[in-house]
Design a protein around this ligand. Sequence first.
Ligand code: ZN
Length: 141
Amino acid sequence: MELKMYTVSLQTKLSPQFIDITDDVDAFVKISEIDKGNAVVFSPHTTTAIIINENDSKLLQDFADVLEHLVPKKQNYNHNTSEYEGNGHSHCRQILLGSSETVLIEDGKLCLGAWQRIFFVELDSPRDRKIIIQIMGNKNL
Ligand code: ZN
């Protein structure tokens, strides 16, 4: 079994912002030369998430509206004390969405459905972020 790790650095610009990283993950699968296994896409932050869904700008706006409805920005959060940054809503949204996704690899390709894309989601004020991608599995010899 082979195990490879890659890191992507990026600068976010909005909140929420949905950044389609499927092509990056796909490129790392090719570089890894792993034919059968899985790729874990992980965000090492408490106010960003990784999700899989369709890259349709109207859907993503719908989901931004859903996040605002479920976890409003302007609400009292215990986390919003002077000690912290007033980003209780960002943390709570992240807890609902999660930090990672796992995608299976078969024949050297991600086993994503026709409409599935992998997104990095910024839920806090824009800043420098990173994504860790771990690819594990077997190479065809
Ligand atoms: Zn915070």
